[in-house]
Design a protein around this ligand. Structure first.
Ligand code: GTP
Ligand code: MG
Length: 462
């Protein structure tokens, strides 16, 4: 950290709008003295005179002495605070105007405006939390559904952090052993690590990294939503399905084939899983210029989705075009929804004879009668999240930054394994890199640690 004294920062922490109370947060080395410049207590108490963690009652006034609001002040002393610095939280009345005036008073008394995310950044810089946890805080705030929140809470409680730290420590120990043998061959009490042991160790770590990487897709979907595309021939009930899932008449539904001409995107909570769902134009050959573009967009949406829902109409026979469309759909993860079962002449049983590969992927629904949404939610859960996986507390990779660092770590470990016959001083270069990339996931750097560890473990160069 720089030698320069850190600024004391302040921000309104509650959302914009009117509420019963609002919280203005200030953190930094001068938080206590700045608070004392604008806080007055009827009992003549000062913030500076407040030991440890306390709540004070009183008034906020401007530096010039204009009273603004009656407040509760939460005084929290470093280092046991979110940011690791002295922190003062002002609980004031929840009007936007009051909040702004109090914030202005704080700035006038010496605080600076906080940048977005700066409180969490400080918590990270002061070692109060690692990067995965800082990201988890952001994810919790933006979580839209039960499972998104669960994944974020999991991460905040340190599942991913602990897993990666354990792998990193294991690798670090191997590096230390290799380096000691290279740098101090005369120290006989240090056991030599064999090439096989290095290979085996790296293989084990690479396998665990692979397991973590396998969770990245689920993690991304829980954060950003599963991209679902509803496709099918015109008039099969795609828009009705969208409306059923949203529980509102969002899309226009008519008995005219070709009603939907543009793609329509909505987000929804499907049994706890966040879903970005797209209703599309019915796919058919058409001379209508507008509809043609709609069909192209439908095909595009199919190519980009995490899950395709192919809707078929159970009230009529299957069309040859629908068999063609199935060929496109099955290139993606997919489900077949046999709609209009209330007028059904078809059944899943019959359909599976036409599409034997789709066994276990056909659901009977009726969008009109609102039947089938729960079964669909269950199927999505088991398709993408292994059903029960979400129930335990297994660590999950939730964003691209974490994923990329892990991929790099794995590549470095693979390089170690490919170089089985090389000198150990060459292997250690890639081992160090793998270690750095693992550290990057949690925002740690490794260089110094290796040195410290060497000297502390073997008491070399006393
Ligand atoms: N009986 C019955 N009719 C349905 C069902 N779902 C949709 N329909 C009817 O089928 C017709 C077409 O429904 P839409 O939802 O507009 O179909 P679509 O696939 O979006 O059609 P396009 O936008 O033209 O591609 C409407 O008259 C709906 O009322 C169902 O489950 N049962
Ligand atoms: Mg439609």
């Amino acid at each position: 950290m720089s030698q320069e004294k850190e600024k004391t920062i302040a921000a309104i922490s509650t959302p914009i709008g009117t509420g019963a109370i609002a919280v203005i947060r200030m953190t930094g080395p001068d938080a206590i003295s700045i608070a004392d410049r604008i806080f007055i207590s009827p009992h003549k108490k000062t913030v500076a005179g407040c030991p440890g963690q306390r709540t004070l009652y009183g008034w906020i006034q401007t530096v010039k002495g204009e009273r603004l609001d009656e407040v509760l002040l939460l005084v929290m002393r470093a280092p046991h605070t979110f940011t690791g610095e002295d922190t003062v939280e002002i609980n004031c009345h929840g009007g936007m105007y009051i909040c702004r005036r109090i914030l202005e008073a704080l700035l006038e008394a010496g605080a600076s405006m906080a940048e977005p995310g700066e409180f969490s950044k400080r918590a990270f810089l002061h070692g109060r939390m690692d990067l995965t946890k800082a990201e988890a805080v952001m994810d919790m705030i933006s979580a839209q559904t039960a499972y998104s929140l669960k994944a974020a809470v999991n991460q905040l409680s340190g599942g991913l952090y602990e897993k990666i730290e354990a792998l990193r420590k294991k690798l670090l120990n191997m590096i230390v052993e290799v380096e000691v043998n290279i740098d101090y061959p005369e120290y006989d009490e240090v056991p030599e690590i064999t090439d096989e042991a290095i290979q085996r160790g790296c293989r084990e770590i690479a396998d665990e990294v692979e397991t973590l990487l396998a969770t990245a897709e689920s993690g991304r979907m829980l954060r950003q939503g599963v991209k679902v595309s509803i496709v099918g021939r015109p008039n099969v009930g795609k828009s009705s399905l969208l409306n059923m899932l949203l529980r509102e008449q969002r899309a226009i539904v008519t008995s005219v084939p070709g009603t939907t001409r543009d793609t329509l995107e909505e987000t929804l909570d499907l049994g706890g899983i966040p879903v970005c769902i797209m209703d599309t134009a019915g796919i058919r050959d058409t001379k209508d210029e507008v509809e043609k573009i709609g069909v192209e967009r439908a095909l595009q949406s199919l190519e980009q989705c995490d899950l395709a829902l192919l809707v078929l109409d159970a009230s009529r026979e299957l069309l040859p075009e629908e068999k063609e469309l199935f060929e496109k759909v099955k290139a993606r993860p997919y489900l077949i929804l046999l709609n209009k079962m209330d007028e059904g002449r078809q059944s899943a049983e019959k359909l599976v004879k036409v599409f034997p590969q789709a066994e276990g992927r056909i659901l009977e629904i009726s969008a009109k009668q609102g039947y089938g949404a729960e079964a669909l939610a269950e199927r999505v859960k088991s398709l993408f999240f292994g059903g029960e996986v979400l129930m335990d507390d297994r660590p999950m990779v939730t964003n691209l930054r974490q994923k990329e660092a892990l991929i790099r770590a794995k590549e470095a470990l693979e390089r170690v394994m490919e170089q089985a016959n090389f000198e150990q001083d060459l292997l250690v270069i890639d081992m160090r890199q793998a270690c750095d990339f693992l550290g990057e996931v949690c925002g740690r750097s490794t260089q110094e640690e290796v040195v410290t560890e060497i000297f502390s473990r073997f008491c070399l160069g006393k």
